[in-house]
Design a protein around this ligand. Sequence first.
Ligand code: KG4
Ligand code: ZN
Length: 352
Amino acid sequence: MKPKKKSDQERRIILGVETSCDDTSICLLEFNGTPKILSLNSYNQDFLLSKWGGVVPELAARSHVKAIPPLLEVCFREAQIGPDDVTEVAVTTHPGLMGSLLTGINLAKTFAMIKELPIVPVNHLFAHLEAIHLTEKVSYPYLGLLVSGGHTAFWWVKGPNEMEVLGTTLDDAAGEAFDKGGKLLGVGYPAGKIIDELAKDGNNKKYDFPISYLRDRPGKMSYSGLKTALRVKLAKMSKEEIQENLHDLCASYQEAIVQTLRVKAEEIIEKILQLKVRDFETPIVIGGGVACNSRLKTIMQERFKNVHVVNPLYCTDNAGMVANWASRVPELAVSFPECLGLDAQSRFVEKK
Ligand code: KG4
Ligand code: ZN
C-alpha cells in the first residue's frame, strides 16, 4: 500500500458502496473526526420489483451492474472531488444476496486496484444502526432495534463492531410483514411506506389482529401468524368492502406490527436486562427501513425515555451508512493488495 501523506491521514475520504439487496447506492463521505456526506446517490429497483411483488435475486444483481457507473459519475461530480482524493473504499460484504453483494465488492476491488487503496468490509446490519451517528450524538452502550426488510433484531451495542443479539424474529422480519401484508391488500411494493401513509387516515382499533406475544420466549417475535390472519380476514370480505376499509385495515395491521416491537422492547429491558422500563435511560436507537414508520416512532417515543430514530434519509439501504460505519472502524481496513481477496458472506453469523 502506498504510504499516505500526513494530511491525507487526517482527512479521510471514503467511497461507500451498498448493493446487498435491491438498492444500488454510492456515497462519498469525508471524515475529519465527524462524518460529512459529500454526495450520496441511490437507484432503487422498486418499479421493477413491484412487477414481481418482491426481490428477484438475478434481476437485482443485473440491475446493480447497470446502475453503478452513472451513480459513481454523479457522486464525484456532486462532491467536486476526483478518484485520486479517495483514501479508502467501504463496501457491504455481509449479509445479503450473494449476486448483489458480489457486484458491489467487484466495484470496490476494481477501484482499490486502480488506486491502490484499502477496503473496509462492512457489516450491513451494524451499519444500519450506526447510521444514527450521521445526524446525532449517541453514546455507547445503547439498545439497538434493527427493523428492516430482511431482519428484525434487538442488540446490546457496546461499540460500532461490538453488538450482542438480545432478541430476534423467529420467522418474517417486520418489513417483510409490511410487504407481504401489502401484497395481500394490493397496495404495491415495497408496502411499508404505502401502508404507513394509508394508515394515517385509518382507525387502528377497527380490526383485531393477533400480536404474538410469545410470553415464554423473551425477545422472540413471530410475524407469520399476522400475515395469515390478514389473509383469512380478507378472504371473508368483498373487493368493495376491502377498498372501503383499506385505511382501517392498514392502520390495524400496522398497529399489530408496531405494538409487537414495543412489547418486545419492554420485555427485553425487564426480563433480559433486568431493569425497570420507567428507570431505563439508556439510549434506544432504531434503524433500518421500518424505522421510517411514523407510528413506530410515535409509540416508541411515548413509551421510552431516550429514543433516537435514524434520519429517514439513512434508514433504507444506502451507502451513507456504509461509509459512516467504515469511518468508525478504521482498524478493520484491509490494506492493498490483501483486500483483493475479500469475499461476500450471505448470512450474518454472530461472534461468540
Ligand atoms: O433497510 P431496508 O432498505 O432493507 C433491508 O435491509 O431489508 O428496508 C426495507 C424495508 C421494506 O420492507 C419496506 O417496506 C420497509 O423497509 N419500509 C417501511 C417504511 N419505509 C420502508 N416500513 C414501514 N413504514 C415505512 N414508512
Ligand atoms: Zn438493509
